[in-house]
Design a protein around this ligand. Structure first.
Ligand code: URA
Ligand code: SF4
Length: 197
């Protein structure tokens, strides 16, 4: 498992499949615990991530860590990745083509880790993985699709200048890890949306 993820990490580091490689400093492969029950999926690396080649280490990452701590979780315990692995110029939203080309890496990460739950962080991941939009309406909910359970929450960057949203993210993290506990205890959890598309 570890060596398979290591191989993907190497492929991402050298990848030139879409044009984002031309403007990146470093590609940013997923990072964290390969045995994690949950995989967190953000949008794309920002400036700090591009500089260091690690996901969620800038301002948004600090908020994510803070929210995880509220749930008693250290970020090293989980696996964190993004829809696209290279920073789009000026932090624009990655376009459909970039997302499609980069998708293979994300799918491989998921299929190797086989998380009990995937945590969607914000609209880009929501749209890319589940075809959804308006995350603020759906955050806090669970979706089941093709046997995989997803939990939806806001993007940590949205909480940077918004105290209300940081409480929302913290609350969602507490609920997410309650859900994970229930799944591990073989309890039936509430599925809010069964998705078929
Ligand atoms: N925003 C993201 O979506 N991902 C990161 O890794 C950092 C900021
Ligand atoms: Fe390759 Fe993805 Fe980076 Fe594009 S964004 S160059 S597909 S790793």
């Amino acid at each position: 498992m570890e060596s398979k993820l290591e191989k993907i990490r190497e492929q991402v580091t050298d990848c030139k499949k879409c044009d984002l490689w031309k403007t990146r400093t470093n590609a940013v492969p997923g990072k964290g615990n390969f045995h994690s029950d949950v995989v967190f999926i953000g949008e794309a690396p920002g400036r700090s991530e591009d500089n260091k080649g690690e996901p969620f280490i800038g301002a948004a990452g600090k908020k994510l860590s803070l929210a995880l701590e509220t749930a008693g979780i250290k970020r090293e315990e989980v696996y964190i990745t993004n829809v696209v692995k290279c920073r789009p110029p000026n932090n624009r939203i990655p376009n459909v083509e970039e997302r499609k080309i980069c998708r293979d890496y994300l799918e491989k990460e998921i299929s190797i880790i086989k998380p009990k739950i995937i945590c969607i962080l914000g609209n880009t991941a929501f749209n890319s993985l589940l075809g959804g939009s308006e995350i603020t309406k759906f955050r806090g909910k669970t979706i089941q699709r093709e046997g995989q359970i997803y939990f939806l929450t806001i993007h940590p960057a949205a909480t940077i200048y918004n105290q209300e949203l940081i409480s929302v993210l913290k609350k969602d993290m507490i609920n997410l890890f309650e859900l994970i506990k229930a799944i591990k205890n073989n309890e039936t959890i509430r599925i809010d949306i069964e998705s078929h598309s």
